[in-house]
Every structure is written in structure tokens, then in C-alpha cells.
Design a protein around this ligand. Sequence first.
Ligand SMILES: [Zn+2]
Length: 239
Amino acid sequence: MITIYFESFGGGFSPFSDLEKEMLRQAFSHAQIHCQKAYNASLSSFKRHRSELQLWFGNSKNITILHVISSIRKMHIVVFNPKIFITFVDARERYIQRGDLEFDTVHDAPSQEDNHFLKYQQGTRTIVQDNQTAFVNCISWSDHDAGCSNHVGLGMRVYVGHAMFSESSSPIKRSQTVIHELSHKILGTVDINLAGNLVYGERNCQQLAKTSPEQAIKHADCLAFFINSIEKKSYCSIL
Ligand SMILES: [Zn+2]
């Protein structure tokens, strides 16, 4: 069992309700199930998922398969490591100054199809927006073996914004957001294309895969959509 904690962002505002806590616990447990299914699929080198590899990473070449297998296995080890703990931090209504947070912070709105949300610039004071789902302080584990102790003390904090609980959200979107955010921490994934522009959402990620497969395999949303597509396929095959 992974321990899940809930924290306020320095106090002074409403913490998660019981219902919201339950939604976040469920999002993490679904993320675990989805990582397990992706791990199972990786054991046969994604033989049944070549079209999904093509869709989210631009090709199903051996080098891509090996990279994705490695990513999925690292994610799988961490989300099932009983020593780690996940902390969801309520970041709604909070003003963030980029320098307030340690390390580089990844600000996300992965549920957005376009990039109209506020662009965060170094040193600017800004608010966690209505359309923001979650964000993390990003420390890449890419130079370490997954399961190293870096994150144990840090509690894998995921800062949660309004959009996590909005009407347009859903259990599948919430678990996909958790996978997306944890991939930043575990794999050092990015949200940008080669030109440095933010890329989120189904349509934009498929475009990224077509134009820049080498970037798509490092991209948080591409990985999260890929894991989600394996889950969807496994669900469909049961029916
Ligand atoms: Zn992100």
C-alpha cells in the first residue's frame, strides 16, 4: 500500500473536502492499475499496441519500443514501491511566485486542448488558474535507477489546481493527470516541443508524434495518453 497524504499549501485556505480526497485516492489507484496494464503489455514488447505506439510516439521502431518499455518499467516500480508516499497539495487560490518553489516547477493544464492558459514566466507572480489541473516540482530521476531514495523524503508532491475537480474532469482524466505529473518526477518528462512551446492534449500530442517522434518519447502527455490507450484497449477486449 502506498501512503497518500493531503496537504494545504502553507495554510490559510480551504483544504480538500472528503469527496475530493476520495477522488484523488481513486485517481492514484487507477494510475497504479493503468501502469500495471502498461507493464504487462511491455512484457510482450507492446505486440498488441503497435498502432498506439505509432499514434503517440510517431513510430514503433525497436529503439522507440525499448525507450517506452524502460519508461513504463520505471513508472511501475515507483507507483508500487511501498516505501514512497504521494502527497496531494491543495494549490487552489494560491499565488505562486516561481522562485517560491524549490527546483524547476512544471505548470500543467494537460486537459486543455489549446495553449490559451497563462504562460508562466520566471519571476512573475501569478495564480493557479481555473483551468489548471496540477503541477509538480520537477526533479529528474533520469540519471538514477527508479526506486532510489530521492523522492522518499519529498513525498512525491503533486500540487492540485481547480481543473482536477471541474465538471469537465472525470476519473480517467484525473488518473491520467496523476500519471502525467508523476512521469515528470520519475522520468524527467517534458511538456514542450522542439521549439520550446508547450504541447498538451490529444490532438496536439498526436501532431507532435508525427512531426517530432524523438520529442514525443520524452513528452509527459504522450506517455500518459499511451498508457491510457492500453487501459482502454484492455477494457474493450473484456467486453
Ligand atoms: Zn506536464
